[in-house]
Design a binder for this molecule. Structure first.
Ligand code: FES
Length: 157
């Protein structure tokens, strides 16, 4: 048997127990909606840093001065590694104009794109043809000789 003071029907003033119930209920709702919001934000904005890795790209003596070699990266890219006689460069073989494959010309020490006669210098900067007019260059990768080995740094994407 309950009396009217337990049910709080006749007394409109809030009781301490009623206030505590509301505080706990609002706190629980805020915590659950907050947790759901955090998980929703993580799902919608994933923390994706591009993956960077170094790969063995061959021996220093495999590429004599003035020559080049194609390196096939594990993700399918082809990189032209060139020994200029002073340094090694690693450049994409894809022309930035319309995507044709460039090749290294040993006598002129330039990269030539056969599609529209684009010409790039040893650092991959376009010096004539449509890529030069557009201010384009070949994508460049970091390459380091360590002892007698060459290591190339690749970035995902
Ligand atoms: S695709 Fe290379 S110059 Fe046009």
């Amino acid at each position: 048997m309950t009396n009217s003071s337990d049910l709080n029907i006749t007394n409109p003033k809030p009781t301490r127990r009623g206030m505590m119930t509301w505080i706990i209920m609002i706190g629980g709702l805020a915590a659950s909606y907050g947790t759901a919001a955090v998980h929703a934000l993580r799902y919608l904005t994933p923390n994706r840093k591009p993956r960077i890795w170094k790969a063995y790209a061959g021996g220093v003596h495999d590429i004599p001065a003035g020559t080049s070699k194609i390196y096939n990266s594990p993700d399918g890219r082809k990189v032209v590694i060139t020994n200029t006689g002073e340094q090694f460069t690693a450049l994409s073989d894809v022309c930035p104009h319309l995507g044709c494959k460039v090749h290294w010309n040993e006598s002129s020490k330039q990269f030539i794109c056969p599609c529209h006669n684009g010409v790039f210098d040893v650092n991959g900067v376009a010096i004539s043809g449509p890529p030069a007019k557009a201010g384009q260059r070949l994508a460049k990768y970091e390459i380091q000789p360590v002892d007698s080995a060459l290591y190339i740094t690749l970035t995902e994407g």
